[in-house]
Design a protein. Structure first.
Length: 417
């Protein structure tokens, strides 16, 4: 099995890193060319995607190393503008790998579509809908030959009543197995497709027919054990537990704690072309599922003193459709991951979220996060002052020692060197 631990990966230059990634993932010459040329989407593609296009914007793409998930090693592409995140994920993955890595499980890709019916006698409307379930499912599935062909598609119809200031409403929900797609389009198409039948059955008026982004039937969950010695000893483990308790019991802290998780989640989601707004919206709603906003992770100390982390959150992602089919770099990122299904991708993203949380808690419970941030910040500053890789360490070290991280000082040190 290819090993995701690549010694001194961070010290290599772009060319060497690409070479390592290419050999790990078996990238083609064409893929390597795309990586080397930083191949974004063309203006034409951009223009077809959004209105009033005037260009495109690019972001840093880095690789998190050391990940072992369900017994398989991964190099994980992450797109993010914040420093320290990729290093933090790699570090946590290295610690987890000592105890076997991450064990993750994703639900089948069930999407929920909602059809809002008003001006109805809810009770009798409900029973008409429920007794025509088969017909509704058949009609929904006629809207997607692709899903039907592979045995996926609409599987269930449920009804619920909600009371509102505008009176009672019937909400009909379709549960749709969208396979390897994120599934927003097909869900909306099916909801719109069955709306006339729902109106006929209920005698009511359908208003909204739309996917719910609260994808609670599409969760990813998992766990990893973090070796106490690797974490820095029992005292750090105890402090991490206290940090976790803070998040578990205070929404103000929990939001920041979960933001750290989303640093990892969204960076992989960006690299693989996901609808990140959908992932964020669902994650934060899920964090409030008990009625009180809390942590998306759970931490425990094992009998041997090791730290056991758990994560659970909705993960509505796809490996086909949308920008995934169009963006050259995103296509290469999928090849780097070698993902075969949306569920596998959900597992990877969940694992990175857990890793990110561990690293943030560990840094916060020990030296704080500014030291690490400062190192990378100093590198950014030095780079913009024209410092080349061979002199980078010297210049950044000196700026940090002097407590003067600025382009001006970087230029001065460069001259002195
Ligand atoms: C910074 O982007 C993320 C953290 O604030 C997360 C946390 O506090 O747990 C470090």
């Amino acid at each position: 099995m290819a090993d995701s631990s690549i010694p001194k990966f961070h010290e290599k230059n772009k060319e060497e890193r690409i070479k390592k990634v290419a050999s790990f993932s078996g990238l083609s010459k064409e893929d390597i060319k795309i990586l080397k040329n930083e191949g974004g989407i063309s203006f034409n593609d951009a223009n077809n995607m959004v209105e009033n296009a005037i260009g495109t914007v690019s972001f840093p793409l880095g690789i998190a190393t050391n990940f072992r998930i369900n017994g398989k090693d991964y190099l994980i592409p992450m797109v993010i503008e914040e420093s320290s995140v990729i290093a933090a994920a790699s570090k946590a993955a290295k610690i987890a790998k000592k105890q076997g890595g991450f064990t993750m499980k994703a639900d089948d890709s069930y999407s929920i579509g909602q059809i809002q019916v008003v001006d109805v006698k809810v009770k009798s409307a409900m029973s008409s809908v429920m007794s025509s379930k088969k017909e509704i499912i058949k009609l929904a599935n006629s809207k997607s030959k692709t899903l039907s062909k592979i045995g996926k598609g609409a599987k269930q119809v449920t009804c619920k009543k909600i009371n509102s200031d505008s009176g009672p409403m019937l909400i009909v929900e379709l549960l749709i197995d969208v396979g390897d797609a994120m599934g927003a389009n097909v869900t909306n198409t099916m909801c719109e497709g069955v709306a006339p039948l729902i109106e006929k059955l209920t005698g009511g008026q359908v208003i909204l027919k739309i996917l719910s982004n609260y994808s609670t039937k599409r969760l990813v969950r998992g766990t990893a054990i973090f070796d106490k010695e690797e974490l820095g000893g029992q005292e750090i483990v105890d402090k991490i537990m206290l940090a976790y308790q803070f998040a578990a019991n205070d929404p103000y802290r929990a939001v920041t704690h979960n933001k750290g998780i989303m640093n990892g989640v969204i960076a992989v989601a960006n690299a693989t072309g996901q609808d990140t707004r959908a992932i964020e919206a669902a994650a934060h709603a899920y964090a409030s599922k008990t009625g009180k906003y809390s942590s998306l992770t759970e931490w425990k100390k094992g009998k041997d003193g090791n730290l056991i982390g758990k994560i659970e959150l909705p993960m509505s992602v796809g490996i086909v459709g949308g920008i995934v089919n169009v963006h050259p770099m995103i296509k290469v990122c999928a090849k780097i991951l070698k993902v075969k299904s949306a569920k596998e991708l959900a597992c990877i993203i969940g694992a990175v979220g857990l890793a990110q949380n561990l690293s943030a808690l560990r840094a916060l419970a020990s030296e704080g996060i500014q030291k690490g941030h400062m190192r990378l910040h100093a590198r950014n500053i030095a780079a913009s002052a024209g410092v080349t890789l061979d002199k980078m360490n010297k210049v950044t070290r000196q700026m940090i020692q002097e407590g003067n991280v600025s382009v001006h000082r970087a230029k001065e040190i460069l001259k002195e060197l």
